[in-house]
Structures are given as structure tokens and as C-alpha cells.
Design a protein around this ligand. Structure first.
Ligand SMILES: [Zn+2]
Length: 324
């Protein structure tokens, strides 16, 4: 795959990334629904709002770099998936309490092309104006998580929201020279774009930007856990209310088949490939052993379920829903 194709698949053609149709639509999934899913959760309410999706075709080498294609394709086929593509969801969790509307990440904005950037539309469909959002908690600062902080003109999309980010994550992206030498993502033009997007977003929210540390509770019932690897300050959050509990696992896994069955196969987006693989396995082991309910940004919409062990890896068990 040439460099342009690689960047295109990563949605990251640097200079022209904004507004570029980086992804082809996946016909089987290009269905326009309400864009949100709402359910009661203890004394509060949770919503999941879609920001869209991203089709990586071919999936390698961004996914499972260096793994022989036949091995990759065999697993995909066994799970009724396209052999050479991974279609990731962009799910955004929203916590609605009596006094706050809290977003976990902001989706892609204009950075990943027209199949994403739908978060504001989905929020409106759910009766939430961007002006109503009081806080944004970031799992990390990759483009598909901070791209929605700003509109195309560079103005904050959420004018009243405070922005909360892990201290090591903020330090990494705003540092003099963010170090991607331990990642398997080869293109510096792309990583330079990532840095620009993150720092521009932070700057626009600087008068209401807060950092948190491992174990902090930025809000009542929301505890942060910093698990470095995917990025230096990659954060998971456990949300509790009444007898309910759910873990937002951030980008612990980008797909529900390859990275769960083979956590060590990794993904080029990991800032520290080896540390991320170890962290992925450790977190999945914990989540499986604890039988924790999970929300995931990138697993199939709406990203709710559990993990359990299977063979030498894990498998995703989708939470069933009924509707009336
Ligand atoms: Zn992501």
C-alpha cells in the first residue's frame, strides 16, 4: 500500500484532512437512524450518540501491522466480516445528571471525512444543543476524539463546556516534540496533523481546561484511570450511579474481533506499541474477570457489552436490547 493510501485510510491526509472524503461509505451500514440511544442508569441517564463510522480498507498495515495477511483474513472470514477491512464505529457516551451534561470525547469533527462528524446532529436529535453541554472528558487526544472540539472555522462547538484531560496526555501533546518513535504508524506528516489538531482544540478551551490524575473523580460518580500505551495519558472511566456501574474503556480495542482475539497484534495508532499491547491484555483480563459492563468507542454500535476470555484471547458479548 502506498503512502497516500495509508494516510487516506487513516483519515489523515495532513494538509487537506479537513473536509476530505477520506472514507468510502460502507453500503451495508450506511443507514440513517435517529443517531442516539438513551437509557436510565441509576439516578441519572446515559446516552450514546453516534459520530458515524470509519471503514479501513485495507485494514492492514494500520491494524495488525506485520501479521501475515492470511492469518488476519482467516479470523475476519470466520466472523462473517470483510476479509481485508475493518469498519470501526465512532460512539460517543453522554452522561446526563440533574445539573450536568457530560460528553466523553467529541468525535471526529471534520477530520475523518463525511461518514463521521455527526455528533452535533445526533445530540440535537436527542434534544441536546451543543450549548447545553457543560463538560467534556477526554479519553485521549487522537483526532477521532478531539476533532469535534472545533467547527470548520476553528470555533468551539461546545461554548459552555469545560474540558478535562489526563495530565500526562496534555503534557504529551503540548510538549516540545511529541515522541512517536515507539509507534508503528510510519508517517510523520500524519502525526504532525494529530498534534496540530489536539493543540488547537486545547487552546480554544484553555480558559476552562482542567487536568486530572490517575484515580481522580472529575465529577461525582465518575472515576478516571490512566492506562498508558495507546497514548501516554489514555484514560478509562468508571461511571456509577445507584446500583449501576459501567466502564468506558476508551480505545482499549478498536475492533471486536482482531484486537480482542489477538491483543498483541496491535494497531498503528498506539503511541507505544508494546506498552499498549500489554495494557490491552491486562485491561481485558480485568474487565473479563470482573464481569464489568463496558462501553467502547469503536466496537459495533452502540458499543455496549462485556468481554470474556476465549482461547488465548477474548471475545465481545453484545448487550441485548428490547424496544417498545
Ligand atoms: Zn479512537
Amino acid at each position: 500500500m502506498n503512502r497516500r493510501t495509508l494516510l487516506k485510510n487513516a483519515g489523515l491526509l495532513a494538509a487537506g484532512a479537513i473536509g476530505l472524503p477520506s472514507f468510502t461509505h460502507h453500503p451495508a451500514q450506511d443507514i440513517h437512524n435517529t443517531g442516539y440511544f438513551r437509557f436510565p442508569f441509576g439516578d441519572i441517564e446515559l446516552l450514546i450518540v453516534t459520530d458515524g463510522h470509519g471503514l479501513f480498507k485495507p485494514a492492514q498495515p494500520v491494524f495488525a501491522p506485520g501479521i501475515p495477511a492470511p492469518d488476519f483474513e482467516a479470523i475476519q472470514r470466520a466472523n462473517f466480516l470483510l476479509p481485508d477491512a475493518i469498519d470501526i464505529a465512532f460512539n460517543v457516551l453522554v452522561v446526563k445528571t440533574k445539573k450536568d451534561i457530560i460528553l466523553f470525547d467529541t468525535g471526529c469533527g471534520a477530520s475523518f471525512g463525511p461518514a463521521s462528524g455527526r455528533l452535533p446532529e445526533g445530540l440535537r436529535a436527542a434534544g441536546i444543543s451543543p450549548d447545553d453541554v457543560t463538560a467534556i472528558l477526554l479519553t485521549h487526544a487522537h483526532p477521532d476524539h478531539v476533532g469535534g472540539l472545533l467547527d470548520k472555522e476553528g470555533h468551539p462547538v461546545f461554548p459552555r463546556a469545560s474540558l478535562h484531560i489526563a495530565a500526562p496526555e496534555y503534557d504529551f501533546w503540548t510538549g516540545e516534540k511529541p515522541d512517536f518513535s515507539k509507534s508503528k504508524f510510519p508517517d510523520h506528516t500524519a502525526t504532525t496533523f494529530w498534534v496540530q489538531l489536539a493543540t488547537k482544540g486545547f487552546a480554544a478551551y484553555r480558559d476552562r481546561l482542567h487536568v486530572f490524575h490517575d484515580g481522580d473523580q472529575p465529577f461525582d460518580g465518575i472515576r478516571a484511570r490512566i492506562v498508558p500505551g495507546h497514548t501516554p495519558g489514555h484514560s478509562l472511566f468508571t461511571i456509577t450511579s445507584g446500583s449501576e456501574s459501567i466502564t468506558h474503556m476508551g480505545d482499549t480495542a478498536h475492533d471486536h474481533v482482531i484486537l480482542l482475539s489477538h491483543p498483541e497484534w496491535g494497531v498503528g495508532f498506539d503511541t507505544d506499541f508494546i506498552q499498549a499491547a500489554q495494557a490491552r491484555r491486562k485491561m481485558l483480563e480485568e474487565l473479563a474477570a470482573g464481569r464489568h459492563r463496558i462501553f467502547s468507542c469503536h466496537l459495533p454500535w452502540p458499543g455496549l457489552g462485556h468481554v470474556r476470555t476465549r482461547d488465548k484471547g477474548f471475545e465481545w458479548v453484545v448487550q441485548p436490547f428490547a424496544t417498545v
